[in-house]
Structure formats: C-alpha cells, structure tokens
Design a protein around this ligand. Structure first.
Ligand code: ADP
Ligand code: MG
Length: 699
C-alpha cells in the first residue's frame, strides 16, 4: 500500500482519539488527506513586538520574553492560570482556561520563549489567552518561519486541545515521517512550459513556506494540478461515454430538412446557428448517442435549431419530442412550430397536463403507429405510459427546470437511448459549464439575430411610479404592449399575492377599460385560464400583462416592448436577465424598467447596476457567480466541483481555462495516457480512482 494511505492514527502525536476527531471534524483520515489539508491563510512571523508597543487591537502578535511567575485564580466557573510574562521592560499576562496543570508543569520560568497569539485588552492592559509558546532556542534552530500557516479548524477541535499549534506540530511530524520526496504527478513538458515548481517543493511550501514568492508558486502549482486532474477526469469520462453508448445514425439530410431550409425558413440563420446545426449533425451521424447542451442567450434563436434537428430525425425515419418546463411555453412552441411546418409532410402534436382523454388516446395511437413525428409537451411527454414507436431525438428546452431524474426517464423510451439536446438560456460561463457538465458536449449560440435593438434598461425608485405610468401610456399609444412582473417568493406567498393584486388594481385604475385591457397570469390560476389570458395578450386584445414569474421562461410576444419589474431588488440576476429577454424581440426599441424601493442591500445595488450596464448574458452570469458563489448553480452539488481543496472555481477561473486546454491537448495526442511522458498522469489518476473505490468500500 502507498504509504500516503496510512491512517493518521499512526502518526506520532495523533493516536486513535485525535484521529477520530480529525476525521469527524475535518474529514482527514490518511497521510494523504493531511498533506492536502491546506492552510486558509498565512501570518507574518518575521516581526517581534515589545510589550510597550503592542497595537491596541486584537491582532496576532509575537513577542520574546520570559515567564516570571504563575498564579492560579479561582473564578466563577473553574480556574484560570495566569503567567506574568516580561520582555525585560514591561510585563503582561498570559492566560489559560484549560490544561493548567500540564502547562504549569511544562513551561519553564525565567527562560526565553517566543510567544505568539491574539491580543486581548482588559482595562487598558494587554493579555494573550492560550498563546503558542516555543523556546527561543528551538525557534531559532527551526525552519525559517517568515510566513506561518493557519489551518481551518472547528470549535470542537479547539475545545479538545487541537489548537493551531498542535495542527502545525502534526503537520511537521508528517513531513518528518515521510522521508522520501513526493512523486511528481505532472509531465515534464508541462512543468517546463509553465515553469512550475516541483510537487515536492509545492507541498512543503504550502505548509511551511520559506517566503512569499515561493508560497505563491507553490499555491499556483497545486491549484493548476488540481484543476488539471479534474479536467482530465471529465474529458476521459466523456470519451468513454461516447465509446460505450451506441446511438441511432441519422445518415442523410433529407427532403423535409432541405425543403424547410430552402423554402420555409423565414430568415437567414446566423453564423452561430449554422455552426451549432453542423455540430449536431456531426453528432447524430457518428453512431454514438448525442448528449449535447445548447447554450444560447434569450432570443438567440434556439427554437429553430431544435426544429431543424427534429426534421433531421424525421428524414431518417425517427420521431422526436420537445419538452418545455411550462404549459404556456409548450403551447407557444406548438403554435409557432406548427406554423413553420405548414406545407411540410410532418405531423406535430401537443401533450400536456390539460390534454383531454380523447386527445391523449389519439396521440397514443399515432405515436405507436409512427404517424406522429413530433410531440411537444411538458413533463407529461416522458410519463412512462407514453410510448413512441421509435423516439430518436429528445429535446429539453430551458433545462434548469428539468431534473436529472427526468433526463434519466428519457433514456428508457427506446432500446437505444434517443439523442438528447438540452437547451438553456441560463448563461453559465463557458469554462464553468464545461466543468459542471463534463458528461455533455457543449454548443453555444453566441450571436443574436441581426437587427435586434439593445433593450434600454433603467432603474427607478417606487417614488417615481407616476412617471412610469405616463411612459406606459405613451408606449401603448404607439401600439406596443407592456409586461409588469411581480416577484413571487414562496416563504411570503400570501404577501406576494397581495402585492400582485394591489398592483393590478392600481394599474387597472390608471388604465381603465374599455380603452385599456389587462391580462393577469399567476401561479394559482388554472392552466386553461392562464392560457386564455396569455392568448389574449398574444392576440393583442390586451395591452398590459400583469404577471408573476410564470412568464419568465421563453414567452415570445414580439410586439411587447416594455418589461417592468416590480421589487426588482428581490430577483436574482439570471431571473432579471430572463425577464428582460421577453422584450426586444421585435423591431421596435424596447425598454426594461427595474422598480425598487430605496432600501437596497449592497448585493441588490450591484445586481441592478449590472442590469443597467450590460445586456451580455455571460457577463451577467459572471457577476451572478461572484455574488452567489457556485453553490447555487444547478448541478454543482453533484459535480464535486465544490470539493476542491485548494483551487477556487471562480477566483481561479483563468487557471481553469488553461488546465482545461492542456488536458484537452494531452488527451488529443494520447487518449489513453499510455505514453512514457504521460505516465505520471496515468499513475496519479489510477491512484485517485483506487482510493476512491477503497473509500466507497469502507464508507
Ligand atoms: P430563444 O433562443 O430565446 O429560444 P427563440 O428561438 O424564441 O429564442 O427566437 C427568438 C426570436 O428570434 C424568434 O422570434 C425567432 O423567430 C427569431 N429568430 C431566430 N433566429 C433568427 C434569425 N437567424 N434571424 C432572424 N430572426 C431569428
Ligand atoms: Mg426559447
């Protein structure tokens, strides 16, 4: 067994009790774990204070001096041990609340010590509770310690006597016990390319840095290594998946596709749309199952890509389905696709929660006979009782509303799993997406159709509401339509509905019938009622749509040119971006008005500022990520990306990109990592895998 897999209980100064504590509190079981338990900060220990010059705050200080005397003081609960400590000019107190006997027995009086700890001030007098103490002699003989590591710890560890000092001691013991140097895990070529320091030097300096420069180099090297191995694993997993899972072959580009492309397509595809279609066509032609994520900002034209992919399926004798997260959206897809398909020999239908029994029966029959080519719908489409004759392609729109379980269901729809295209407008920075969805290939539509005018975005306080009403009035006079959206957050549902209804009434007063008509849509309404209200708006029978975020995703009403978001400070950035994406879909200048109270949190301010500054979904996503961290992003929990030991997926994003690129290039030349130069990689990966398996086995 690799000596690094030795349980830490065997390390001198640890033993079974401390080993258990370290495992429970910090997840450290083996030498390897301990070695990769990195400090979260470093403190400068090159400076010494005299007691007279101590800073009047609670910073950590280092002093040289001697203990003159001890006294044990009885207090309400237990005792405290106080040492009078002198640096030759002045005195101060060192205090212990625990382990007094041991301390009094061990520490010598009238002997120079280097002490280190956090200052307390009581009645103008400094003291240091539980200082780290080291004989000056030993300190001088020890390794240079300009920078001193501070490790993450817990209350419990502290209360059980595992202080920073003990952690440092244990760490020193570890390095003394492992006598050999640490095996290099990165190929020579890459080490040279980036002038990385060796693994051995990196590990030693991460824990016991000789100076700031070397520490930085050590951290950089360890972060790079961590990211490189994650990327290698993801890419290899992806390669294996492609080899293993057979898929249907869509050999030809046939009649329907060509007819549509030449005669029906109402506009020219953007370069990005063309590229993505090529990527999809290549995928489905290989004989392996496609698993592709299509990212494209709101309004970038993902639907047409979906449609043309489905035509490809049809031309090769396969059925396809398109799933949307809401019924409104499914219906809208159905209507717009039906229109686009008019005159083609393609049968399309819709199945949703509110489909009637008789409709379902017809759909069932046509699906089984193969008469139906395309089925649009909500989750209902993948219910187990829905049986296709030969489902060849499944498209999931706005995937962030779809769970993994639902994706899995799809796979059971055919003996060979259908090709899967997952479309999302949630802009995730590309490198992060690649790390999160290692098992998906990624296509990006990074260009909007030509002629789109940028949506003008403004932020207004509630006190300016009357001016906004005037603005709404003017836009309606021009023939435009308006969305007004209210937040709906579950915890305060009743209050939110009150906001919504109050808002509706106030708007209705300002814009009374018959001149004005208002639609209202919210989550508590029946699907049919929502649909009815929505349709009135689409048909321009109503000028204003008052809604909760049910309209957030995907609704397409090109004549709507104003999006007013109430209590905008309560929405997340990606939601605001989605909402804004509902306008600016036609040729008119569009506007997004973010209404807020004037009590804004710092984050709230940043969000609104970001929205008024940019319309670039990816830029917005980066800000969002910085504000919220990756923890809130879907998929991050399972991906292991959060269990990084030293790298930070956001702060080290540049490094991640480099690591990704290197991993890609390495695997391109040597997919199995079998060359001599890549042996360090292969060995490290094998170890990672082996120990993970051991872990699974034990726990
Ligand atoms: P999303 O990517 O948000 O789903 P849609 O597919 O709904 O976007 O497209 C938004 C609008 O842009 C639709 O009205 C669609 O017809 C139109 N559109 C899509 N592609 C193009 C293009 N290449 N040129 C012009 N308009 C396009
Ligand atoms: Mg869409």
């Amino acid at each position: 067994m690799d000596s690094l897999q030795t349980p830490i209980a065997y390390l001198k100064g640890v033993g079974p009790n401390r080993a258990n504590l370290l495992k429970d509190e910090l997840g450290i079981s083996t030498y390897q774990d301990l070695l990769h338990f990195f400090p979260y900060r470093y403190i400068d220990r090159s400076q010494f204070y005299s007691i007279n010059d101590l800073p009047r705050n609670t910073s950590e200080v280092q002093i040289i001096g001697e203990i003159i005397s001890f006294k044990l003081i009885q207090q309400q609960r237990g005792k405290r041990l106080v040492a009078i400590f002198s640096d030759g000019k002045s005195n101060m107190e060192l205090v212990w609340f625990r382990g007094q006997k041991w301390i009094q027995d061990t520490l010598k009086t009238n002997t120079p010590y280097v002490i280190f700890g956090r200052l307390s001030w009581y009645g103008g007098k400094p003291s240091i509770p539980h200082p780290e103490m080291e004989l000056e002699d030993a300190f001088k003989k020890g390794p240079p310690r300009a920078l001193h590591a501070v490790y993450p710890s817990t209350e419990k560890l502290l209360s059980k006597g595992i202080s920073q000092r003990v952690l440092t001691k244990i760490m020193m013991e570890l390095f003394q016990t492992i006598k050999t140097s640490f095996v290099e895990s990165i190929p020579e070529k890459i080490i040279e390319k980036y002038k990385l320091i060796t693994k051995d030097a990196a590990l030693r300096n991460a824990h016991f840095p000789i100076d700031q420069k070397t520490l930085t180099a050590a951290q950089n090297r360890l972060k790079f290594e961590e990211l490189l191995f994650i990327q290698l694993q993801l890419l290899m997993k992806n390669m294996q998946r492609k080899q293993k899972i057979k898929g249907f072959v869509f050999k030809k580009v046939g009649e329907n596709f060509n007819d549509f492309y030449k005669n029906k397509l109402p506009f020219e595809l953007t370069k990005a749309q063309q590229r993505v279609l090529r990527e999809i066509r290549k995928d489905v032609g290989t004989g392996r199952q496609m698993n592709r994520l299509l990212q494209g900002d709101v309004g970038s034209g993902k639907t047409i890509v979906a449609l043309m992919s489905m035509l490809l399926a049809k031309d090769n004798g396969f059925q396809s389905c398109l799933m949307a997260p809401t019924e409104i959206l499914a219906r809208q897809h159905y209507q717009s696709l039906s229109e686009l398909l008019r005159g083609l020999d393609v049968n399309i239908s819709i199945l949703s929660g509110s489909s009637k029994k008789s409709e379902r029966a017809v759909i069932s029959e046509d699906l089984l006979s193969g008469k139906l080519d395309i089925l649009i719908g909500t989750h209902a489409v993948i219910e187990d009782h829905v049986t296709f004759l030969n489902l060849g392609l499944a498209i999931v729109d706005e995937q962030h509303r779809f769970g993994v379980a639902q994706r899995a269901k799809l796979w059971r729809k055919n003996t060979i799993p259908p090709h899967v295209l997952v479309m999302t407008a949630t802009p995730i920075p590309r490198t992060l997406a690649m790390s999160l969805y290692g098992d998906l290939d990624i296509s990006v539509i990074d260009e909007l159709p030509p002629g789109r005018k940028q949506v003008k975005t403004i932020h207004r306080y509630d006190s300016n509401r009357l001016k906004i009403f005037k603005f709404i009035f003017d836009e309606i006079q021009k023939g435009r339509q308006i969305y007004i959206v209210y937040p709906l957050i579950q915890e305060s549902e009743t209050m939110d509905y009150k906001d919504l209804m109050d808002g509706y009434e106030s708007i209705a007063r300002h814009f009374p019938p018959p001149q004005f008509q208002i639609s209202i849509v919210h989550g508590k309404m029946k699907a049919a009622d929502k649909q009815y209200e929505m349709e009135r708006f689409i048909k321009k029978e109503t000028q204003i749509m008052v809604a909760t975020t049910v309209i957030e995703v995907g609704v397409n009403v090109p004549n709507a040119s104003v999006m007013i978001v109430e209590s905008a400070e309560r929405f997340g950035l990606s939601q605001l971006h989605q909402l804004r994406g509902r306008v600016g879909r036609g040729n008119e200048q569009s506007y997004c008005v973010l209404m807020s109270s004037n009590k804004l949190s710092q984050d709230g301010k940043t969000r609104l500022e970001t929205m008024t500054r940019t319309t670039d979904g990816f830029e917005i996503a980066e800000v969002d990520l910085r504000l919220r961290g990756p923890g809130d992003l879907m998929g991050t929990q399972q991906s292991g990306i959060l269990q990084l030991k030293i790298a930070d997926i956001i702060k080290d994003n540049e490094l991640l990109k480099i690591a990704r690129k290197d991993a890609f290039e390495i695997l391109k030349l040597d997919p199995t990592l079998s060359s001599v130069e890549n042996r360090p990689l292969l060995q490290t990966l094998a170890k990672m895998k082996a120990y993970r398996n051991i872990w699974n086995y034990i726990s």
